[in-house]
Write a protein that binds this ligand. Structure first.
Ligand code: GLU
Length: 468
């Protein structure tokens, strides 16, 4: 059996997006599942749209997800001689031809075709040039492209591994430009030559490449090569059924790292965007995906990109972390402080974190000497300013003389005291919690007090009394 080989072949025209990351993931999974190899190829032949930072974003992004490729990164810009030699081969065998038509002529031709209600298509004018005319034009450096000579009739059939059989009519295909006037190959030529050179068996890519596939098949035929199998993935849509906006995922993959998503969560989330494991299992690590993934279980419906689902996965994987690992992940979002103190703090929030970056705002009060909040916040909804002040004044000496400063010790003592005072829990615990955190929502006051320590707890209660 031939070894399965897949590739991810992004164009460096922008950052790696989450959609591209999914294409890469599925290609990687398919190769690994079949004991094969996964390659990374940078399709940088379009020099007008080239962005120097893009390549690093692909490499860093894939590594962040845990996706590694075989061998060196293949860069098409370093292989122009190979493409030119292959174009020459097609010229020599009459499968391709030089075209000297100017932009103006092509535009006029297309205009006329449109007016006649036909799809715009090159009219093969230059195919009728004699070899001498072609030679003269080339000698005079008339700008030229090389086109594939596509027959006017015939049907191309493929069996897409995701979509099943697809048919294309040759009469609808334009004589594809293979080499541009700047001498660089088009995507079509370069990708076919490279997929063949790398012995790619499965081309997994976005559905926007379906219309290009018959041209690729014709190129394989023109070279006398066997074509790979294709699998076209449906693009993500938002909840409203439209194109993704930046906020909804059309943003750089590494932005998710900055926002505090764990790679395990992103991998799991994008794996499930379009793949149906045919079970109720929702959690898969990269390794588990390698075994479970099936291209035949990839849906053709456009997957809905749901950030809430991503947050849900992220919370799940955050909860799985050991406190030491959580600290490593959270440290960039926290001030420098004693690691023991930091661990106590993040342990309080581990259950509530959706994104690691949330930790900054959730825990800022642990690092401040003086808290800023509205005094009114201290007043429990069923209480008054006076009553709240009185409660805190009574509570302060209780705290100051209490010795078991663990969260449970504090809880037992305070609940007992509240009962003995015939107060409601809210009358005491609400203002205490606000006094310690300055926030509407936070972990329970016992846990906060335990982490803050006795001195700071008493200071903050005193500050709250002064505020009232
Ligand atoms: N360079 C193309 C892209 O950016 C690759 C398409 C393919 O995988 O053939 O999507």
């Amino acid at each position: 059996m031939t070894k399965v080989r897949t590739r991810f072949a992004p164009s460096p025209t922008g950052h790696l997006h989450i959609g591209g990351a999914r294409t890469a993931l599925y290609s990687y999974l398919w190769a690994k599942k079949n004991g094969g190899e996964f390659l990374l190829r940078i399709e940088d032949t379009d020099r007008t749209r080239y962005q120097p930072a893009a390549e690093a974003s692909f490499i860093d992004g894939l590594h962040w997800l845990g996706i590694y490729w075989e061998g060196e990164v293949i860069r098409q810009s370093e292989r122009t001689a190979v493409y030119r030699a292959h174009a020459q081969q097609l010229l020599d065998s009459g499968k391709a031809y030089y075209c000297f038509c100017t932009m103006e002529r092509l535009e006029l031709m297309r205009d006329i075709q449109r007016k006649k209600g036909r799809a715009p298509k090159y009219d093969k004018t230059c195919l009728r040039l004699t070899p001498t005319e072609v030679q003269q034009n080339l000698e005079q450096h008339v700008p030229a492209v090389i086109r594939l000579n596509i027959a006017a009739e015939g049907t191309i059939r493929i069996t897409d591994l995701v979509r099943g059989p697809i048919e294309f009519k040759c009469e609808e295909l334009d004589d594809q430009v293979l080499v541009k006037s700047d001498g660089f190959p088009t995507y079509h030529l370069a990708s076919v030559v490279d997929d063949h050179a790398s012995a790619i068996t499965h081309v997994i890519r976005g559905e926007e490449w379906i219309p290009s596939t018959p041209k690729h098949i014709l190129l394989y035929q023109a070279f006398g090569w066997e074509a790979p199998v294709f699998a076209h993935l449906s693009l993500f849509i938002n909840k409203g059924g439209g194109k993704l906006s930046k906020r909804e995922g059309a943003t750089s993959l590494l932005d998710y790292r900055t926002q505090g998503y764990l790679p395990a969560a992103v991998v799991n989330f994008i794996a499930m965007l379009g793949w149906n494991p045919k079970s109720t299992e929702e959690f898969f690590t990269l390794e588990q995906l390698v075994h479970a993934f099936e291209l035949s279980q990839v849906n053709t419906a456009n997957p809905i990109f749901d950030t809430e689902k991503l947050d849900w996965y992220n919370s799940h994987y955050i909860r799985q972390l050991s406190i030491d690992d959580l600290l490593t992940y959270c440290q960039p979002y926290l001030p420098t402080a004693d690691p023991v103190y930091l661990k106590q703090i993040i342990a309080l929030e581990q259950e509530r974190l959706k994104k690691l970056s949330d930790i900054t705002a959730l825990t800022d009060f642990f690092f401040l000497d003086v808290l800023q909040y509205e005094p009114a916040l201290l007043v429990w909804k069923k209480s008054t300013v006076e009553a709240t002040r009185a409660v805190l004044q009574k509570l302060l000496p209780v705290l100051a003389t209490h010795s078991d400063w663990s969260a449970t010790g504090l809880e037992t003592a305070l609940i007992g005291w509240i009962k003995a005072q015939e107060l409601g829990n809210g009358d005491v615990l609400w203002p205490l919690r606000v006094a310690l955190s300055g926030k509407k929502a936070s972990p329970p006051p016992f846990a906060l007090a335990a982490v803050l320590g006795k001195d700071r707890t008493c200071q903050r209660v005193q500050a709250a009394i002064d505020l009232l």
